[in-house]
Design a protein around this ligand. Sequence first.
Ligand SMILES: O=c1ccn([C@@H]2O[C@H](COP(=O)(O)OP(=O)(O)O[C@H]3OC[C@@H](O)[C@H](O)[C@H]3O)[C@@H](O)[C@H]2O)c(=O)[nH]1
Length: 322
Amino acid sequence: MTIVVTGGAGFLGHHLVKLLLDKGKSVVVMDSLWTGSQENIAEFASNPNFRHILCDVREPLPDVEDLEQIYHLACPASPDDFERAPIEILETCFLGTRNVLELATVRRARVLLASTSEIYGDPEVSVLPESYRGNVNSFGPRSCYDEGKRTLEALAFSYRLKNNVETRIARIFNAYGPYMAAKDGRAVPNFIGAAMDGQPVKIYGDGSATRCFQYATDCVEGLYALMNSDYDKPVNIGSDLEMAVSDIANKVTRVVAEKLGQKAPVAVQYLPKRVDDPTRRKPDITLAGEVLGWSPKVSLDDGIAQTVDWFLEKHGNPKSLM
Ligand SMILES: O=c1ccn([C@@H]2O[C@H](COP(=O)(O)OP(=O)(O)O[C@H]3OC[C@@H](O)[C@H](O)[C@H]3O)[C@@H](O)[C@H]2O)c(=O)[nH]1
């Protein structure tokens, strides 16, 4: 039996493919390398259970025999991408998801769709249960992703209704870890890159915005548990350790300073808050615990230390990061 991972050459894709191969699964990665990279799958090339098909999910997908499951992760995920390629992101969310569900219909495969905390928008409540309908701006700089991923969920519902496709929906909250691209644009790689380069970290707003960061391996274990469960409604997959962005930045810059022997962590530069940037985001992860027996395990201290070590090893010369 074969498992397809769209976006398997991406950040989370790498960790998911590794998990599946370590479990002895046969994996086909479908990835255009638009935001993913060959480096993220290089270590799998010699594995006879691994194959990479270079393709764009916005085109009809190649057929895969003996197809059991599809993890649909393919989509740019950084707010920096939202500005760069909003139309392509909307196409990926709709056409890509439709093509995945079409293949699943033909092959009777189960599909796990990577949705996101962004479908909740800028929440009006302090903790986000799956029942919260969200507060999303359909006409703003994040709408390509926020509404695109809401369309992904609507497509899942529709294919289940009309074609009886088995779907699972993971609402993935902020994830970080090794294999994030240095120029990804999200907070943790940006903070690490700036600190390694001796430059101030840039904080959008006053630093009081909150997020909960989950380590990549915890996240993909949650995806695996959800795919192989009987629960077919959306589930939040994330950490519920809520922290201010400024505290995250301080934690990262302190770790880099210690590891590089810098006298003091780099400074912080405050920039205007970005439009529609959620002021707080904390998932209620009770459901994941109840139906999957899943909760994040890797502490922020351990996760950040491992991520910084990976960046230092990969980008020995800090100047190469920015
Ligand atoms: O350099 C930076 C980067 C980010 N930030 C801030 O840090 C917070 C987190 O920003 P990130 O870009 O890491 O991630 P966001 O929370 O904006 O969205 C991300 O997380 C949810 C996932 O579905 C997506 O991958 C992505 O949308 C935001 O408040 C952002 O403004 C900075 O202050 N400085």
